[in-house]
Design a binder for this molecule. Sequence first.
Ligand code: HH2
Length: 263
Amino acid sequence: MGIVNVTPDSFSDGGRFLLAPEAFAQGLTLVREGAAILDVGGESTRPGSDPVSAEMELRRVLPVVEALAGNVGVPISVDTMKAAVAQRALLAGASLVNDVSALRGDAAMAEVVAEAGCPVCLMHMSGQPKTMQDDPHYDDVVDDVLRFLEERMAFALSRGVLEEQILLDPGIGFGKTVEHNLTLLRHLDRVVGLGRPVVLGASRKRFLGVILGAEPGQRVSGTVATTVLGLLAGVQVFRVHDVKPNFEALRVGLAVLEGPGAS
Ligand code: HH2
């Protein structure tokens, strides 16, 4: 899953009118590099970020979803916590909803997803992006994340979302210390054990910077390490900025695990 950010704070000097063409070009590049899904987002959820309005998110996301859906042969995911944004993006050609609030951010989201009959990614997040890194605490981070994901899956099912449409994500970096992230990465097999495809989003995240003493653009090899570990644990979807190195690592990893025909 290649990341297409349509957010001004994700593109160094992106003004409003530059965002869509830049994001569209990025999407094409990521597909050329091997992405099997593109995840388009118009609201930054990085620690400390402020929410944006639905109107602003729609203005950013819709043209990009529409253009990519008409020009690439891979499914488009919309990374949003807002039902209105998900609904319009689905109409514009998106076919998956990536909701980092796991259907908690907007009371109408479950219905939108259930009615569309589309896949939905439910991610663990403790708190809100604005404050989630203030003092994250868990009794047992793996148990707590598993319980949360089971509870959110039960909620989704109760609202008419089909089990086979649900993907789960432990939410690396969302209300977690470096140690919490490492513990979750060590126990990804238990998330996989919940029985649904798992999405891993470790790409360029801060814990890699802490380990490596590196800025975001220098965290690619560290990201690839998490991808290979995820593959070994049974993770099926890797949400990454740098598709080529991660895709190549997956191809080699799959060739080893399943034989050359699998890559
Ligand atoms: N991480 C980010 C955003 N969306 N979705 C899922 N399912 N899993 C994740 O780990 C995840 C996510 C944050 O990463 P990034 O896209 O780099 O930053 P931003 O929030 O600025 O878009």
